[in-house]
Design a protein around this ligand. Structure first.
Ligand code: XMP
Ligand code: MG
Length: 211
């Protein structure tokens, strides 16, 4: 049974059993993925509700800011950033610009290789920058990018949808959900390229993950 969540104003702590909205039916894994996906962890409704609250937090934190460069880490951050930036543009007076970087530390594995590969990078001197990422685990990806991007910018903040909540040395300003330390997919997140298109966050079965 999923836990019913009604308040999305702060980072939501997600239990092992997963969460859903009061009016959402008990979520089920789509038939085509039954062999690979164990369960739905965070429903589409919960993601939508938390993104509205995050957009309000970001709007308040960038008070008196006219323009914000939203810097999206691909590929995992694609759907989260798309929904967050559109919500921000709807709710806030801030004008947004969008840029992307492609970055990878996992390859086809389910544990971090410890090496973060960067593909392209632009500089944002004098700008207000929001770095948008799907998930933080060891913090290596974020600290690498913060080190490169945060130089000479006016105001720099980081937003992640999911946080696996282990001790680490990286500053994250906005966190959507704190999740247990399990490998997840869906809503932009993949394992070996699959599951990105799912509208919810799901738990991948342990037996299909290569170490
Ligand atoms: P670090 O360790 O650098 O890891 O904080 C963050 C990056 O690793 C990927 N990651 C995941 N991807 N399911 C995924 O699909 C996961 O559970 C997961 N944990 C970490 C992610 O790409 C992120 O950029
Ligand atoms: Mg990523």
């Amino acid at each position: 049974m999923h836990k019913v969540v009604t308040n999305f104003s702060k980072t939501v702590i997600v239990p092992e059993c997963g969460i859903k909205l009061k009016n959402e039916p008990e979520p089920v894994v789509r038939k085509k993925y039954e062999k690979e996906i164990d369960r739905v962890l965070i429903t589409k409704g919960c993601i939508e509700a938390r993104i509205v609250a995050l957009a309000k937090e970001i709007d308040a934190a960038f008070k008196n800011v006219n323009e914000l460069v939203c810097f999206v880490i691909l590929k995992g951050g694609m759907f989260f950033a798309a929904d967050l930036i559109r919500t921000l543009d709807e709710l806030s007076d801030i004008r947004t610009k969008i840029d992307f970087i492609r970055c990878s530390s996992y390859g086809d594995r389910s544990t971090s290789s410890g090496k973060v590969d960067l593909y392209t990078i632009d500089k944002f001197e004098g700008e207000n920058v929001l770095l948008i990422e799907d998930i933080v685990d060891t913090g290596k990806t974020l600290s690498t990018l913060q080190g490169l991007l945060a130089k000479n910018v006016k105001n720099f903040k980081t937003c992640v949808l999911l946080d696996k909540g282990i001790a680490r040395d990286v500053k994250v300003d906005f966190i959507g959900f704190r999740i247990p330390k399990i490998f997840v997919g869906g809503y932009g997140l993949d394992y070996a390229g699959y599951y990105r298109g799912l509208p919810e966050i799901v738990v991948i079965k342990k037996e299909i993950l290569k170490k």
